[in-house]
Design a protein around this ligand. Structure first.
Ligand SMILES: [Zn+2]
Ligand SMILES: [Zn+2]
Ligand SMILES: [Zn+2]
Ligand SMILES: [Zn+2]
Length: 322
C-alpha cells in the first residue's frame, strides 16, 4: 500500500502513483513491461493473477525487479508528513528520510527508549508507563534462566548421545582385538609412560589380546620403605607383564616366553633387557610377572643415563605363548 496523497503538501505527479492503490508508490518495483507498482500491491495482485494489472502482459512474482533508480531518486525527494501527525508530530521530511525519522520520532509509540528510572532497559516508549524496573528485570532474568536451562538440556542430550556412540565404538574395537587376538600366540606391547617423575604408585598400558587373554604392561614406582629420599637406592622402577582374564572364566593356565625392555632414548645407550619364561594361572584374578627393581629410580631419573626424555620413558614387552 502506498502513501496517502494527503500527506504530501505539493501536487504529486501522475508517474509517482501506483495504479493498484492509487496512492504514492511505496517500495517501488517494476514488471518486465516497465509498469511500476508498490511492492506490496503487485505481490498481492500476483498471488491471484499472472498478468500486469495495467497492460495484461504475463508477469509472475519472480519477474519483478526494483523500480528504476531515477524514479526512486525523485520519489525520495518528495516532502511527506510524519506517520504520527495525528499523534501530534508536525514534522515534514523527505520521503527518503522518513524511515529514519520514524525511528526517532517522539510521537512514535514503538520508539525504543532507555528506562531512566534506573534499570536502563530498552523498551518501546508506549510500554514505559506500565514498566517497573524490578518486575521487568526479574522477568528478564527468568527468561534467561529458562533459556539457559533449555540449552543445558540440549547439551546434555547431545553429550550422552556422543558418549553412547563412543562406548559402542569402544566395544567394537575390543571385539575386533579379541577376534584378531584369538588366532595369534605372540604380541608386542609398547608403552610410553608420561609424567614419569611424578609417578606415584602404578600405571597400566592399553591392553592387547592374545588367545583370549588380555595383556598389559604395568609400571610401578617401587618403594621398599615409604618416605625415603628420591635418591635412595631402595626406590626403583617395577616393570611387569600382566595377564588379565575376564571374571567368570574357568581355571586356566598358560606359559609364555617374556622379554621386558626399557628402551634407550639416547644414541649410544643400550636398552636394558630381561628375559624369562613363566606360567600364568587363574589363581589370582589379576596376575602379573616382572621385576620390582628393574632399574634404580635415581638412575632412571638421570637424563645422562638416557632413559628419561621429556619426562617420559618407553617400555616394551614381547611375549610368546607356548
Ligand atoms: Zn500501491
Ligand atoms: Zn504492464
Ligand atoms: Zn514524527
Ligand atoms: Zn526501568
Amino acid at each position: 500500500m502506498g502513501y496517502d496523497l494527503d500527506r504530501f503538501e505539493q501536487q504529486v505527479d501522475e508517474e509517482f502513483i501506483c495504479p493498484i492503490c492509487c496512492m504514492v508508490l511505496e517500495d517501488t518495483v517494476e514488471a518486465p513491461c516497465q509498469h511500476v507498482f508498490c511492492s506490496g500491491c503487485i505481490n498481492q495482485w500476483l498471488d491471484r493473477e499472472s498478468n500486469c494489472p495495467s497492460c495484461r502482459e504475463r508477469v509472475v512474482q519472480s519477474d519483478l525487479r526494483p523500480g528504476p533508480r531515477s524514479l526512486r531518486n525523485l520519489l525520495g525527494k518528495l516532502e511527506i508528513k510524519c506517520d504520527f501527525g495525528r499523534e501530534g508530530c508536525r514534522r515534514t521530511v523527505k520521503l527518503e528520510h522518513l524511515a529514519a525519522h520514524i525511528r526517532e520520532c517522539d510521537y512514535n509509540p514503538r520508539k525504543m527508549v532507555k528506562c531512566t528510572k534506573g534499570c536502563e532497559m530498552e523498551l518501546q516508549s508506549c510500554q514505559m508507563s506500565a514498566h517497573s524496573c524490578v518486575k521487568d528485570l526479574r522477568k528478564l532474568v527468568d527468561e534467561l534462566r529458562t533459556e539457559q536451562k533449555r540449552m543445558f538440556e540440549e547439551f546434555k542430550t547431545a553429550l550422552s548421545k556422543k558418549e553412547a556412540e563412543m562406548s559402542q565404538l569402544q566395544n567394537r574395537v575390543e571385539q575386533m582385538l579379541r577376534i584378531t587376538g584369538a588366532s595369534q600366540n605372540e604380541a608386542t606391547i609398547q608403552y610410553r609412560v608420561l609424567n614419569i617423575t611424578s609417578l606415584n604408585g602404578m600405571v597400566l598400558s592399553h591392553g592387547v589380546f592374545v588367545q583370549n587373554f588380555e595383556w598389559k604392561i604395568k609400571a610401578k614406582h617401587f618403594l621398599k620403605n615409604y618416605g625415603n629420599e628420591t635418591t635412595n637406592p631402595s626406590r626403583s622402577l617395577g616393570f611387569y607383564l600382566c595377564c588379565h582374564e575376564k571374571l567368570g572364566s574357568r581355571t586356566w593356565r598358560c606359559t609364555a616366553d617374556v622379554e621386558l625392555r626399557l628402551i634407550s632414548q639416547k644414541d649410544g645407550v643400550k636398552d636394558i633387557v630381561e628375559r624369562f619364561q613363566r606360567d600364568f594361572t587363574s589363581e589370582s584374578f589379576f596376575d602379573s610377572w616382572g621385576i620390582p627393581n628393574f632399574i634404580r629410580w635415581d638412575e632412571l631419573m638421570d637424563p645422562a643415563r638416557g632413559f628419561i626424555k621429556e619426562d617420559s620413558i618407553l617400555l616394551e614387552v614381547r611375549f610368546r605363548m607356548i
